[in-house]
Design a protein around this ligand. Structure first.
Ligand SMILES: [Zn+2]
Length: 284
């Protein structure tokens, strides 16, 4: 179901379920103005997500043949269904840097590079591939090419009378982009700032110090005047963007301090999950 979350311009949220995944849902947003529209992020490439997203769009009188799509980053829960929006009269926007990494991911190159890194640090090769095969990021990613309109930091996109500025905020991924409506002071934070959970940071070849980069961009997002924040997962929050950024920064300071002091103890736990017994390594 499409729920209106903002007026002037009309912004809707389609709550796309990510069944069996700890993220629980993906908030797909739709900006609609003067008969034009743009969807922000899609959900996984699976039957359930496709059904819910298309039903939500239908309720809003939008067909994928006539709407633009903005993919904030390459993770499957955001880009999974992008191929269903590839039509001659539509555009699929994506950051240039992110698009480069996405193509590497699509052709299996990131997996090979990651495997080499893991193995070099002592992780058993077979285990890496075993868990990779079960990884929803891999299973639910797009399975065919689609045409991308690549954009860079600061690019402006018009939907009717609405102006959206794309802001590159690397950290969670190498070229993640947030969408900003300057006039309305609306920020779509995607996975850069989440409210109920903390965005994960992983390493990418060619990206130096992802955590440092992430923290720098947490500061950068506060340079914009924001009154309404729309994150990509879970619930919308009454907290301000500034409050949440401070909380996330504090969280990282505490964790880094624990590691620096060597007090952290890594504990291996077996947990029953929807995908069977999984092993978790937890820093206590
Ligand atoms: Zn993500």
């Amino acid at each position: 179901m499409a729920e209106q979350v903002f007026h002037h311009p009309d912004i809707y949220r389609i709550d796309v379920p990510l069944t069996g995944n700890p993220l629980k849902n993906l908030n797909s947003y739709v900006i609609k103005d003067q008969g034009e529209s743009m969807v922000i992020d899609t959900g996984f490439r699976n039957e359930e997500c496709l059904k819910v997203l298309m039903k939500g769009l239908q309720e809003l009188g939008i067909s994928p043949e006539r709407t633009n799509l903005f993919v904030t980053h390459l993770h499957s829960d955001h880009i999974g269904l992008a191929q269903y929006f590839d039509y001659p009269d539509t555009k699929i926007y994506m950051g240039q840097r992110e698009s480069y990494y996405f193509r590497k991911l699509l052709y299996g190159k990131v997996r090979e590079e990651r495997a080499r890194l893991y193995v070099a640090e002592g992780y058993p090769k077979e285990k890496y591939y075993e868990s990779d095969h079960r990884n929803p990021a891999r299973i639910f990613m797009p399975n065919q090419e689609f045409f991308v309109t690549e954009i860079t930091d600061g690019a402006r996109i018009r939907i009717g009378n609405v102006e959206v500025t794309a802001l590159e905020m690397p950290g969670h991924t190498p070229g993640l982009m947030c969408c900003y409506l300057e006039k309305e002071k609306v920020m779509f934070t995607t996975d850069h700032v989440l409210f109920d959970i903390t965005p994960n940071i992983t390493n990418w070849l060619g990206m130096e110090e992802p955590l440092g980069c992430y923290l720098k961009n947490l500061d950068r997002i506060l340079e914009y005047e924001v009154l309404h924040t729309f994150p990509a997962h879970r619930n919308l929050s009454d907290k301000t963007l500034q409050q949440r950024v401070e909380e996330i920064k504090r969280h990282h300071r505490i964790r880094l301090e624990e590691i620096r002091k060597g007090k952290g103890e890594v504990i291996r736990e077996e947990r029953e999950t929807d995908r069977g017994i999984q092993h978790f390594y937890i820093l206590k």
